[in-house]
Write a protein that binds this ligand. Structure first.
Ligand code: ADP
Length: 451
């Protein structure tokens, strides 16, 4: 096992990784930007080093500074968390060439699955259903029109290098297609430095269901069931739960089987997630693979009693998976609310600033993963996630009850948060019934006059 790991991230996920390391008896090195000098991950790691200015490009995305920090502290491995460099194949290659283990899959696999058009090709060749669309990248309007002739409107134009819901545009007509193509390409170029886009049939109000996998270097792979992430705003997840209220055991069997086939097809190692859309006829389609730990891994941990971050570290150290498929059993239901520094009543406007006082929920069946504390200043430079609030119950109804109670205990003073949005959703008849799709948040926002 490793003796010392560097964590190339910040916020709640840096804390999450530090916790896993401490429990495994591994020393931790935190890196931080100037804006994060007073952050909890800096205080809780065994060592910490400032790697640059507040802007991500000059710190958490600045590869030479991170590699230098790894050399100074003589670490054996780097955990990238999610976001920042987590899906950067070039960074993973540099780590390997500096003899530092990158805690994730092989760089070639990151590269292949990071190109979404290429990932769809891999899914197709593994026999996994994909959404009708273009065969790879679409260069211009003429090509786009040819695809539309085959699949018909509505369509969605998506960035091949996409992530975080950026670089996506829906079109219902030829006129809209032209501008959607241009804006998607421009947005993709600005966000990912790569304007390549592809086209898919746009499914009306599907559900987002994803399967968690773990695979070791010895050819063993297991799945840990699904997460339902259909509560999204602008293609970004706000609430996740496990299991999904929408799928039957036979759909689950088919989805997990398809997932493991794809994992085998691409030679996947470490923790990963295969994302699907489920349409109203209960047909499911692959949309992408995330080759890293995800924000919402925690709902799976609560239901399966597995520590996914420890498993990631063990796999990277070359150990055999400590679980086999037969011993992996779900227990009850878990829900996660992402508490963001955003004002739901003002179009979810980001609200960085100083938290005068905060108090986190506790009690039975509640988990809070958060880096905030009273007096902490939320910097404007990074994403707005303040805390992941999780609630467990023996069934979905009980989990909703736990979450309502926990949200009432969640107190933050000084900045606006998404707590009022979550309180509303936990009492919304559609959410409570379980019968909702990816457009649910749009409906809530409209009905509440929050648009
Ligand atoms: P990203 O990598 O940016 O997160 P995804 O491909 O995972 O992008 O899609 C994010 C969300 O966008 C999905 O959960 C879904 O709500 C919506 N979406 C993506 N593709 C389609 C599609 N073909 N039809 C309908 N909605 C889609």
């Amino acid at each position: 096992m490793f003796e010392r790991i560097l964590i190339a991230n910040r916020g709640e996920i840096a804390l999450r990784i530090i916790r896993a390391c401490k429990e495994l008896g591994i020393q931790t090195v935190a890196v931080y930007s100037r804006a994060d000098e007073r952050s909890l991950h800096v205080q809780l790691a065994d060592s910490a080093i400032c790697i640059g200015n507040s802007a991500s490009a000059e710190s958490y995305l600045h590869v030479p500074s991170i590699i230098k920090a790894a050399e100074i502290f003589d670490v054996e491995a780097i955990h990238p968390g999610y976001g920042f460099l987590a899906e950067d194949a070039h960074f993973a290659e540099i780590c390997e060439s500096c003899r530092v283990k990158f805690i994730g899959p092989h760089p070639e696999v990151i590269r292949r699955m990071g190109d979404k058009a290429e990932a769809i090709r891999a899914a197709r060749s593994a026999g996994v259903p994909v959404i009708p669309g273009s065969e790879g990248i679409v260069a211009d309007k003429a090509e786009a029109l040819k695809v539309v002739e085959k699949i018909k409107y509505p369509v969605i134009i998506k960035a091949a290098a996409g992530g975080g819901g950026r670089g996506m545009r829906v079109a219902h007509t030829d006129v809209a297609l032209t501008s959607a193509l241009q804006t998607a390409q421009a947005e993709a170029e600005a966000a990912f430095g790569n304007p390549a886009v592809y086209i898919e049939k746009y499914l009306e109000n599907p559900r987002h269901i994803e399967i968690q996998v773990l695979a070791d270097t010895r050819g063993n792979a297991v799945h840990l069931g699904e997460r339902d992430c259909s509560v999204q705003r602008r293609h970004q997840k706000l609430i996740e739960e496990a299991p999904s209220p929408a799928i039957t055991p036979s759909i689950r069997r088919a989805m997990t089987k398809a997932t493991l086939k794809l994992v085998q097809e691409v030679g996947y190692v470490n923790a990963g997630t295969i994302e699907f859309l489920l349409d109203k006829d209960s047909d499911f389609y692959f949309i992408e693979m995330n080759t890293r730990i995800q924000v919402e891994h925690t709902v799976t941990e609560m239901v399966y009693g597995v520590d996914l971050v420890k498993e990631q570290i063990r796999i990277a150290a070359g150990e055999r998976l400590s679980l086999d498929q037969r011993s992996i059993r779900p227990n009850g239901h878990a829900i996660e609310c992402r508490i963001n520094a955003e004002d739901p009543a003002d179009r979810f406007r980001p609200c960085p600033g100083t938290i005068e006082f905060c108090s986190m929920p506790g009690g039975p069946n509640v988990r809070v993963d958060s880096h905030i504390y009273s007096g902490y200043t939320v910097p404007p430079h990074y994403d707005s996630l303040l805390a992941k609030l999780l609630a467990w119950g023996r069934d979905r109804r009980e989990a909703i009850g736990t979450m309502r109670r926990a949200l009432d205990e969640f107190y933050v003073n000084g900045i606006a948060t998404t707590v009022p949005f979550h309180k509303h959703v936990m009492h919304h008849p559609k959410f409570v019934s379980g019968a909702f799709g990816n457009h649910f948040v749009d409906e809530v926002v409209r009905d509440q006059g929050w648009a």
